[in-house]
Write a protein that binds this ligand. Structure first.
Ligand code: FMN
Length: 215
């Protein structure tokens, strides 16, 4: 089978990233871009990001997770610590996050180090989730092979009963990671493939070196 996609071609022209828009701190620029993506609208899940981890044998895996918070320190998402990604992060905390905001023709790529967040912060976020999601965290041994859909539905029913009229506490194997950035690239699509790329690299003195990259 063969399908030629060479006529899928888009000319990016909605925005630019000029020198005057390049802020000193990349988290500030991330915040500005995130607001603009939301404001611009369209059918987009602005906080959906790709997380890449690397296995022992050097092979990478990407998957989407939801960014739930960002601070001056970094970018927080929640998952099962025993999942495939959790096990890979345990051995190699170097990860890469990326966002593609197609509505406004932007990409952000964040390289950094993932660390588990404090338990009380994971508790706080877990409490804010709907009951169904809380029970799902108990019912799913994320990334494990399961025999059937029925097995999963039965597990959910089991935990629904177990926690009936009780507080649904956070499973210890479920919580947040913060990715502390060491390098952040902002990519703005421009006409004729002459895109704007600005890269921030963290220095030893914690200043950010700012460079423009060729598209
Ligand atoms: C839009 C979207 C949002 C998702 N959000 C999360 C999330 O916040 N946390 C999570 O663990 N998995 C999330 N997932 C599922 C992951 O992509 C992935 O299937 C799961 O985490 C297991 O990954 P792993 O086996 O590589 O560890 C999301 C998937 C999609 C498509």
């Amino acid at each position: 089978m063969e399908k030629d996609l060479s006529n899928y071609r888009k000319n990016y022209q909605k925005k630019e990233l000029s020198k005057k828009e390049v802020l000193e701190n990349p988290i500030e620029l991330f915040q500005k871009w995130f607001y603009e993506v939301d404001e611009f609208g369209g059918d987009i899940e602005a906080n959906a990001m790709t997380v890449s981890t690397v296995a022992d044998d050097g092979s990478p895996t990407n998957r989407i997770v939801l960014l739930k918070k960002y601070t001056w320190e970094g970018f927080i998402f929640y998952t099962n610590y025993n999942s495939a990604k959790g096990k890979e992060i345990e051995k190699n905390p170097n990860v890469c996050l990326s966002f593609f905001w197609h509505n406004i023709e932007r990409q952000v790529i964040i390289k950094g180090i993932a660390e588990k967040i404090a338990e009380n912060l994971s508790d706080g976020y877990f409490e804010s989730r709907p009951d169904g999601s809380k029970l799902g965290a108990w019912a799913s041994d994320q990334s494990q092979v399961v025999p059937s859909r029925k097995y999963l539905d039965d597990r959910l029913s089991f935990f629904e009963n177990k926690f009936k009229n009780k507080e649904i506490t956070r499973p210890k194997h479920w919580g947040g990671y913060i990715v502390k950035p060491t390098c952040i690239e902002f990519w703005q699509g421009r006409p004729n493939r002459m895109h704007d790329r600005i890269q921030y690299t963290l220095q030893e003195n914690f200043d950010w070196k700012i460079e423009r990259l060729a598209p």
